[in-house]
Design a protein around this ligand. Structure first.
Ligand code: GLN
Length: 218
């Protein structure tokens, strides 16, 4: 997979040097069962956030944030069947700590999953259709519109799902051709693309930085 495809505007708003790293002292857990967890760790290190590869579910309990990476969601569910991952992710979400799911990770978080259908964690009230861009364009780089993140950002789509339904209380933060591709409900963020594969940091900064600001304010 190409790294740094479509380099975009670096950091909007604060620079990473203003991050309060103490909040993230226990680091962001990147679920490392399968998929492109390494690229997320690299991205986090680029914005000054500590991270670690979580291979066992209990490792996420004490972490400050959680990333469910891209890969193959069906394979991830197979791992979940024989381990405590599902319960650990639910505990994590219920604790109000920030979770970012990208591509397969977004599929895991959804309420309804089709094409083919499979269970969703239902931590984000969206309906997703897997592999929904079709064979001809199954992987591509696009510019998505993200006015609330400061403008358009480059986005790598790899056998990506499409969000077919957005429930009440779910905010759309970025769109491609008018369709939601980045959504958020409270502490749970899902991107149908791979923000870890471009030079643009805004999705990771928003997910983990916003949390820091909220805590500081409280
Ligand atoms: N097509 C994969 C799935 O359905 C997702 C692809 C990805 O994460 N890049 O789980």
């Amino acid at each position: 997979m190409a790294k740094d495809v479509g380099r975009g505007t670096k950091r909007v708003g604060e620079s990473s040097s203003t991050y309060d790293r103490s909040l993230l002292s226990s680091g962001v857990a990147v679920m490392a069962l399968q998929g492109d967890f390494d690229a997320h760790r690299l991205k986090l290190s680029e914005i000054g956030v500590d991270s670690f590869e979580a291979r066992r579910p209990e490792e996420v309990d004490s972490s400050a944030g959680l990333i469910l990476p891209g890969g193959e969601s069906t394979t991830m569910w197979k791992f979940f069947e024989s381990s405590g991952w599902e319960a650990a992710i639910r505990r994590f979400a219920a604790a109000g700590k920030p979770i970012l799911g990208t591509c397969a990770g977004a599929i895991l978080l959804a309420s309804d999953v089709t094409n083919p259908g499979q269970k969703g964690l239902g931590l984000l009230d969206i309906g997703v259709e897997r592999n929904a861009y079709g064979r001809q364009v199954d992987s591509f780089v696009g510019q998505v519109e993200a006015p609330r993140l400061g403008g358009s950002l480059p986005a790598v789509f790899i056998r990506a799902p499409r969000i077919r339904r957005v429930g009440q209380g779910v905010e759309t933060l970025a769109t491609l051709h008018g369709e939601p591709v980045l959504v958020r409900s409270g502490n749970v963020v899902a991107a149908t693309f791979h923000p870890e594969l471009t030079g643009d940091d805004r999705v990771h900064e928003m997910t983990f930085g916003a949390r820091r600001r909220e805590r500081k304010a409280g």
